[in-house]
Design a protein around this ligand. Structure first.
Ligand code: FAD
Ligand code: NAP
Length: 458
């Protein structure tokens, strides 16, 4: 009987999700010593997850990872079936019946909640929605953002908040030759926002920005960055934190904030203010958002473990538009365990576990494995580790049974009239987007409706 992983009986693995973690898992399997055949399932007709629909349009270099993924996809042992939602069009059981193992790499598609009164008032949005909207994600195509107010408030001080602030701060001339979606560019062209306030619940020594992202706020064409110098003062524990040898990255971030705080003030049409130690308490408004109430915070706890505690003193900011950028969150997938508290799939070294027991053949990687943090490259090591666990289990998974792999899945999908999109077909969409962008000197003009994408394919 041929061994699993031999040329006679290739190891058939389904990967759910075509973002960085899915592609790195695929790469790792294809480079392994055993013979593998991969079926990648993606719920949108277009691949690449947040590299396409998260990474900011004015950061084209960061999207170059796509070229690596496209090379992986050219392998004869790879098959993409896009426009297929696992948990809806196909069940976890069906994937296991057609493959020896399944790796879940479906990311974290929703957002954390603030849990304060008024959170869902009109005018209060998540960064997830705004980012998806300006990046042409079909789920957010028809969202409306009223940018007719003078002031926008952003809650959270991570790199997503920096992206949102920069997109609001830039001029249309700075954005019009990026791959930003056309509908978003049209709306931003009418924006009346002149002041952007980015609010953190902890201090300047605890922000989650990275120095490179902060440097971009040094010389925005039409926007002056403001950080009051008295806001840069540190409590003794924060000073200890920044002196800690293991915390040099955070020290660099603080130094970069300090640099922004000390920059000469130049009159520009817009301003972006970073402010600290303010926790959102309540959003107020009659029909829609009118005002945000913050409670001033102080830090408590030992160095490197400080949390924010309200002082009872409040400050208010009038605004009609607010973005909650406090982190993404995983969504449960039917047929898999889910840890509601942390928003991830419970696992040990990438093996999915339920009640402490590994579920045979089921693995997880990326944001849905470890939570919504880390840059594109972080997912590589994560996926290599998951694949390592999977490869250790190959003998256990060898029941001698042939699996039908992608062919079996295609049969199921055809019987259900699910119109799946192959990698070759995605290349057609890709080329058409590039062609549409050319007259506007844009790298591409994205299709933003699923129906448009499918119509192009006929
Ligand atoms: C706004 C934003 C900007 C970012 N910018 C940068 C940056 O500039 N540089 C950087 O290095 N990192 C950046 N990151 C981080 C980086 O994007 C993530 O680390 C990375 O995308 C996570 O990879 P993933 O594969 O786990 O998830 P994702 O990239 O989210 O991929 C998950 C994929 O699974 C699909 N999927 C979901 N559910 C299903 C289902 N049921 N069936 C089938 N498919 C499904 C989704 O459609 C998606 O394509 C950014 C993140 C965000 C949120
Ligand atoms: N250019 C890039 O490389 C790039 C761009 C975008 C995103 N990314 C990466 O993608 C990942 C996700 O980024 P992210 O910005 O979504 O998350 P993040 O880095 O985790 O930042 C979340 C921010 O929200 C704050 N927050 C959380 N809960 C809050 C609450 N209840 N009230 C007020 N504030 C709250 C956090 O403060 P506390 O610290 O106090 O919790 C933190 O400032 C990060 O790893 C990021 O680096 C990278």
């Amino acid at each position: 009987m041929p061994q699993l992983g031999s040329d006679q009986m290739p190891f058939r693995v389904a990967i759910v999700g075509s973002g960085p973690s899915g592609f790195y898992a695929c790469d790792s399997l294809l480079k392994s010593e055993i013979s593998c055949q991969i079926t990648m399932l993606e719920r949108l007709p277009v691949p690449y997850g947040l590299v396409r629909s998260g990474v900011a349009p004015d950061h084209p270099k960061l999207k170059q990872a796509i070229q690596i993924y496209a090379r992986i996809a050219e392998s004869i042992d790879f098959k993409l079936l896009a426009n297929v939602t696992v948990g809806k069009d196909l069940s976890v059981e069906e994937l296991l019946a057609t493959h020896h193992a399944v790796i879940f790499a479906h990311g974290a598609e929703t957002d954390r909640k603030l849990g304060i009164p008024g959170e869902d008032l009109a005018g209060s949005h998540t960064a997830t929605e705004f980012v998806g909207w300006y990046n042409g994600h079909p789920d957010y195509r028809d969202r409306k953002f009223d940018l007719s107010f003078e002031r926008a408030v952003i809650i959270g001080q991570g790199n997503v908040a920096a992206d949102v602030a920069r997109i609001l701060a830039k001029s249309i001339d700075e954005l019009k030759h990026t791959d930003i979606a056309e509908h978003a560019l049209d709306t931003l062209a009418e924006s009346k926002i002149r002041e952007i306030v980015v609010v953190g619940r902890r201090g300047p020594a605890q922000v989650k920005f990275t120095p490179k992202e902060l440097r971009e706020f040094e010389n925005l064409e039409v926007c002056q960055t403001i950080i009051d110098s008295d806001e840069m003062e540190l409590n003794p524990e924060s000073q200890t934190e920044l002196e800690d040898k293991g915390n040099s990255g955070q020290r660099k971030i603080y130094e970069q904030l300090n640099k922004l705080s000390n920059m000469d003030k130049v009159e520009k049409p817009k301003s972006c203010r970073f402010t600290f130690l303010k926790g959102p308490k309540e959003l107020l408004g009659q029909q829609r958002l009118e005002k945000v109430v913050f409670e001033k915070n102080q830090l408590e706890g030992d160095a490197l473990r400080q949390s924010a505690r309200g002082t009872g003193e409040t400050v208010e900011l009038e605004t009609g538009i607010l973005f909650r950028s406090i982190g993404y969150r995983g969504v449960p997938l039917t047929g898999l365990p889910f840890d509601e508290k942390s928003g991830v799939i419970p696992n040990i070294d990438g093996r999915i576990v339920e009640n402490g027991n590994a579920l045979p053949g089921l693995y997880v990687t990326g944001w849905i494995k470890r939570g919504p943090t880390g840059i594109i490259g972080t997912n590589r090591a994560d996926s290599v580790a998951t694949v390592q666990s999977l490869l250790e289990d190959v003998q256990l998974l060898d029941t001698g049974e042939e699996k039908s792999g992608a062919d079996g899945v295609c049969n199921l999908l055809q019987s259900r009239n699910v119109r799946y999109v192959s990698f070759e077909e995605w290349k057609k969409i890709d080329q058409s987007e590039i062609d549409r962008g050319q007259p506007k000197s844009k790298p591409r003009e994205k299709y933003t409706y699923v129906t448009e994408m499918l119509a192009l394919l006929g």
